[in-house]
Design a protein around this ligand. Structure first.
Ligand SMILES: Nc1ncnc2c1ncn2[C@@H]1O[C@H](COP(=O)(O)OP(=O)(O)OP(=O)(O)O)[C@@H](O)[C@H]1O
Ligand SMILES: [Mg+2]
Length: 583
């Protein structure tokens, strides 16, 4: 068992002790009943008992049976209940752990896999800690007690009765190995299927737009079939276990009847002893059968524990480390790139090369450049979605790596290029993570982001629910809701990554004007990434990126003067505007 599972169990060990003690008491009683019966029948056949004695014994057995029923129910609830508590803890731990992991982890792992972990694997561990533990103690204690009583009754009969049993154990161990292998395949196919469904549903609009429904249905049918085949392969083997065990088990009864019957006829065994003996055998038949089931369960949960453990051992790439200085809890807003170069993990060529750029506190700066030139990468380095090299990116003169992640992310607000809205109300989407904000803050933020009027036109206004990924909002509305989310809290640094691309130029200039007012008040440093010159024209400092290098730098007028990439872009966009006006 993995240490992490032991750690999960530790806080509840007392509950296990209580449950298992109750189980042992019940099993003790269960083994005592045949003994009682055995002695009673022997006494009856020797004429030692009268009617009232028999009624007394019968009532005693009834009482014990009721006691056992209650006891069984109690220990089941106890241990099963504890396994549910542990399952709940495990899920929470898993979820917390996933939250700590970095971007690259989620790029490398499929959502379907992660969901399969969270459902199937956690379930398998729970079964091992619930049913598995119960079975193990139940089986072992019953087997020991019954063997003892069987030997006590008749040693050679016991030896005969046990002959078929090793076959049962061998068969069940062999079968459970096979089940383990097949279970692994089932898990893989299941996570594959989950992944297909998840991806397909979230990409439904793309599927429909490209009229790929049929091919997607085909792909799904294939994954579904594979999952079915894997399940069937397992079902066939798993369900062989019980019939086979029953078959082998009945061999024991035949042996006992044959040999024990002869002993009774010969007068060396009492009838009561034979009855008791068959009852002991009955008591161990089920535990012996469950040995196979137990092996199977342990195998399954071992696979699951290993998979969960792999997940738990994934380390966040970006985290607070030994160079983190916890005293850094605020940011003023000056940024400096010092000969910064950056290569993505697992990539060959650098995406940014020798970036030298100082951004003054409270200034409004911009990055332009062709798609893929590295603009978003710069924003991600500032937020430490990825780690820059030491000493190459400074905030307020301090290496960005020294800031606790919390400080960094509390003080830098960013509207990401691929903004994401949750399936929640517009209000909740905007206050997301800022519990201290009230309705008025939301109103101000949405007004600044130029989306207030739109929201007021929605049937439920701020309480309007946004569908998954915000399907009910237009692209521009979504962008502006995301801007409002970033504006709700004052932050020394604001990054807008292509955040105005889907709004018209009139709304854009309104938003920029609003931003201008608040940022100059707060002395906020603003970095705007854009493709449209109109978005960045008024910035104090603009860099032009090309293949990860700064090729031009200056304000709008200077760059137009230079007559390079920027001037060309400007000329083209002016021309487009003029054509639009004529059209
Ligand atoms: N996680 C990643 N792993 C590896 N390479 C990446 C990753 N993200 C981006 N890239 C690569 O880095 C380069 C720069 O990407 P980036 O997103 O910074 O471009 P961009 O300038 O923001 O482009 P756009 O204008 O289209 O948004 C691209 O070639 C891209 O393929
Ligand atoms: Mg980008």
């Amino acid at each position: 068992m993995h240490k992490f599972v032991l750690d999960l169990v530790k806080p509840y060990w007392k509950r296990y002790v209580v449950g298992i003690t109750a189980l042992l008491i019940v099993n003790f009683t269960q083994s005592y009943i045949p003994l009682l019966l055995q002695n009673t029948i022997n006494a009856v056949s020797e004429g030692l008992l009268n009617y009232s004695d028999i009624i007394l014994k019968a009532s005693l057995i009834l009482g014990l049976a009721v006691f056992m029923a209650v006891g069984r129910w109690a220990w089941r609830i106890y241990v099963m209940g504890t396994s549910r508590i542990i399952e709940c803890d495990l899920r929470e731990k898993l979820y917390l752990h996933l939250q700590t992991l970095s971007h690259s982890f989620f790029n490398q792992h499929k959502t379907g896999d992660l969901m399969a972990h969270a459902t199937n694997d956690v379930m398998a561990v729970r079964q091992a800690l619930g049913n598995g533990v119960l079975m193990a103690f139940d089986a072992v204690s019953l087997i020991i007690m019954s063997f003892f009583l069987m030997f006590r009754t008749h040693a050679s009969l016991t030896v005969y009765a046990l002959i078929p049993l090793p076959i049962m154990v061998v068969v069940s161990v062999f079968l459970s190995r096979m089940i383990g292998t097949r279970f692994r395949i089932v898990q893989e196919q299941f996570s594959n299927l989950t992944d297909k469904v998840q991806e397909n549903i979230s990409g439904m609009r793309v599927v429909k737009a490209f009229v790929q429904e049929n091919s997607e249905i085909d792909k799904f049918a294939k994954a579904n079939k594979k999952n079915f085949d894997a399940q069937m392969a397992m079902v066939r083997i798993a369900n062989l276990m019980r019939p086979l065990s029953l078959l082998v088990g009945s061999l024991s009864f035949i042996v006992v009847l044959w040999y024990g019957g002869r002993l009774v006829i010969d007068g060396t065994l009492l009838v009561g002893d034979l009855v008791g003996f068959t009852m002991y055998l009955g008591n161990i038949a089920w535990p012996l059968m469950s040995v196979g089931w137990l092996f199977n369960l342990i195998n399954r949960s071992r696979v699951s524990m290993q998979r969960l453990w792999d997940l738990f051992s994934a380390e966040p790439e970006v985290k607070d480390g030994f160079i983190t200085n916890p005293k850094l809890n605020s940011i003023s807003g000056e940024i400096e790139f010092k000969n910064l170069s950056f290569t993505y993990p697992n990539a060959k060529a650098p995406v940014l090369t020798s970036i030298d750029w100082k951004i003054k506190k409270g200034s409004k700066v911009a990055i332009v450049g062709k798609t893929g030139s590295g603009k978003t990468t710069i924003a991600q380095l500032l937020l430490r979605v990825f780690n820059p090299n030491p000493g190459e990116l400074l905030i307020d003169g301090v290496d960005v790596l020294e800031y606790p992640l919390k400080t960094l992310r509390d003080n830098i607000r960013a509207v990401p290029q691929d903004n994401f809205l949750f399936s929640a109300t517009i209000y909740d989407n905007i206050v997301f993570g800022n519990n201290e904000s009230d309705h008025q803050d939301v109103e101000v933020a949405t007004k600044k982001a130029g989306v207030y009027d739109n929201i007021m036109e929605f049937p439920d206004q701020f309480a309007t629910r946004v569908g998954e990924r915000g399907v009910t909002l237009s692209g521009g509305q979504k962008q502006r809701v995301a801007i409002a989310r970033a504006l709700i809290k004052r932050s020394p640094i604001l990054i807008l990554d292509d955040s105005l691309s889907a709004v018209d130029t009139a709304t854009e200039s309104l938003i920029l004007k609003n931003l201008e007012e608040t940022t100059s008040l707060d002395k906020q440093t603003v970095i705007i990434i854009a493709h449209r010159i109109s978005t960045i024209e008024s910035c104090d400092d603009i860099i032009v990126l090309d293949e990860g290098r700064i090729i031009e730098r200056g304000n709008h007028n200077q760059l137009v003067q230079v007559g390079g990439f920027y001037a060309e872009l400007y000329r083209k966009q002016l021309l487009e505007e003029q054509i639009k006006q004529f059209a």
